[in-house]
Write a protein that binds this ligand. Structure first.
Ligand code: NAD
Length: 335
């Protein structure tokens, strides 16, 4: 097999970006889509020129589909993954792997039982900056890690507008940084977490404005993590992110969002995305493209996928401990 034929389940914001990439990569072909919203399904079928299904189970019955990319919302991941595994499809799943540890473990077991590959879209692993920082930690260049700091803040016009309070911030956003921190410090493990959250602007939607967490590792290292999705609407970047690692022999500092490219008009300034999924001419580039290409390459070559799905379960476990601590006001032990 030289080309992996994909079906996408869920053609919302992420599904459309996946479709562009899968349409453009040489190693993949977008073969079909499944979308429950009638108008969106018809529009996307016309836009990409592929067969469209209202029921993803019909798409999964098509032997011409080798792999699926599952892009439904975080709370809905379990059912399509179980069905795709049963149908013997290779599975790329958007992050977080699921919204509970039980569902996450069921997803890993189902893929393993079916003998199909499963990779979760932790796209920061494919950002060269995070990769180089992690390699500096892993090589010992920074010595023993003393502390880490991670920030991921975005304007209220993004996530809260899209998800209307459906999801806890830690599970949807912080999970990106949690996966990276766990990846950097593996095989060491987090032993406890203490978190505080603020519910002010988004309290009517039942979700948090901001979350701050302190995670203690078995080495004694501490990670401080900050996530917010209520920056003012006029914020000139869609994502303000940072990370730092301080060790006994050195330190590393990563920043993004104010991305090195400013577009200034008569009324304001904008820093466009040039890291996750920028459109460069007609081509969708960035970490998203890199992760889908890496998944396809692993399936086609028979190699291991580059993100172990058990890591994705660990990231969800930590996100849920953050939520538990913020709600209870108590430090949560992870031992
Ligand atoms: N990697 C990232 O940076 C990143 C960014 C945003 C979202 N995500 C993840 O992507 C996933 C999707 O998020 P989104 O923002 O695209 O959500 P969305 O609401 O824009 O899209 C979800 C789509 O799934 C469709 N859908 C729902 N149930 C379906 C079903 N049974 N069959 C077929 N279609 C169905 C909906 O109609 C909708 O079009 C989430 O898990 C989210 O966390 C990842």
């Amino acid at each position: 097999m030289e080309t992996l034929r994909f079906g996408i389940i869920g053609m919302g914001w992420m599904g459309q970006l996946h479709a562009e990439v899968l349409h453009q990569l040489r190693s993949t072909r977008l073969a079909a889509i499944a979308e429950i919203d009638d108008a969106r399904r018809q529009a996307m079928s016309a836009r990409f020129g592929v067969q469209a299904y209202a029921d993803y189970r019909e798409m999964l019955a098509d032997p011409e589909i080798d792999a699926v990319s599952i892009c439904v919302r975080d709370l809905d991941h379990l059912a399509p993954v179980l069905a795709a595994a049963e149908a013997g499809k290779q599975i790329f799943l958007e992050k977080p792997i699921a919204a509970t540890v039980e569902d996450s473990e069921a997803i890993v077991s189902a893929a393993s039982r079916a003998g199909v590959k499963l990779m979760v879209g932790h796209l920061l692993r494919f950002d060269p900056k995070y990769r180089q920082m992690r390699d500096a930690v892993a090589s010992g260049q920074l010595g023993d890690v003393i502390h880490l700091y991670a920030r991921r803040n975005s304007p209220r016009t993004e996530g809260p507008a899209r998800y209307r309070g459906e999801l806890p911030l830690a599970l949807h956003v912080t999970v990106h940084d949690l996966d990276i921190i766990l990846w950097m410090l593996r095989p060491h493990k987090p032993v406890s977490v203490y978190a505080e959250s603020v519910e002010k602007l988004l309290a009517p939607l039942g979700t948090e404005d901001s979350v701050f967490a302190l995670i203690r590792f078995d080495t004694g290292a501490v990670a401080a993590v900050e996530s917010s999705w209520v920056l003012p609407a006029g914020t000139p970047t869609k994502l303000d992110y940072q990370m730092e690692v301080v060790g006994t022999e050195g330190a590393s500092y990563l920043s993004g969002g104010y991305s090195g490219l400013a577009l200034v008009s008569g009324t304001g300034i904008e820093f466009p995305d040039n890291f996750h999924q920028p459109a460069v001419g007609n081509v969708r580039m960035g970490d998203l493209r890199a992760e889908l290409e890496a998944f396809a390459s692993a399936v086609l070559s028979g190699e291991e996928v580059p993100v172990d799905p058990r890591d994705s379960v660990d990231a969800v476990r930590l996100a849920l401990a953050i939520i538990q601590s913020a709600r209870s006001g108590q430090r949560v032990s992870l031992l």
